[in-house]
Design a protein around this ligand. Sequence first.
Ligand SMILES: [Zn+2]
Length: 252
Amino acid sequence: MKTRSKLIAGIVIVFGVILVILFQGTHHSKTNKQVGEQKKVRQTNKNSLPGGAKPSDWQLILVNKQHSHTSEISFNKATVDGVQLDKRIEKPLANFRDGAQKAGYTTTLVSGYRSIQYQTQVYNNSLTQNEANGMNENDAKNLTQSVIQTPGSSEHQTGLAVDLAGKDALAKYPALMAQMDEFESQKWLIKHAPDYGFILRYLASPIARSQTGIDYESWHFRYVGKANAKYITKHHLTLEAYIDELQKADKN
Ligand SMILES: [Zn+2]
């Protein structure tokens, strides 16, 4: 009897120890996992954003229908191929185009800085033209606004946006069309823009469209700086969504 009860007691103790070890093991690994997940969430929320990036940085200026600038933005200008732009993007743009050239693609700089005054002229000309074609005031306005930004809400007034096209793509679509991205030259520009600090500003997805208010443009590139451009492209963001993320991180 004595031996038997000793044996039972021994078994109970061993079993108990095993249970304790098992329980601690699962408990321990769960805790580690939870901590890991919390860390991960924190990192994507804050730590993975490019260090030091602030919504107020000059290269992150936001101009769209909701953020219109009704007075001219002042900055030093440079002229490249007869096109004006912010002097600070002269070098990055030259590097971008050199890169394309080295890959075998000649590019044409179609447009850069446009003053609000010039944008007003273009806008009014289009409106007059539509009305001359027999449209009523409302239809004329709708058609104009579908293709031309209302003065004050065009990103071109920042001097940080360029319409840049592969020479062959532009030859087929001189009025700039989304289908320009059928060309290898345009594909190269879109793919490599972030390496030079640029983003393709108006993406094709419905979400992007709802955030920017502008249809897909395979030719409109915007300078935001390399770290920002890489982050924005990697996470398929619009500039609007990115600035939103930065503002949220700023408040945390
Ligand atoms: Zn443009």
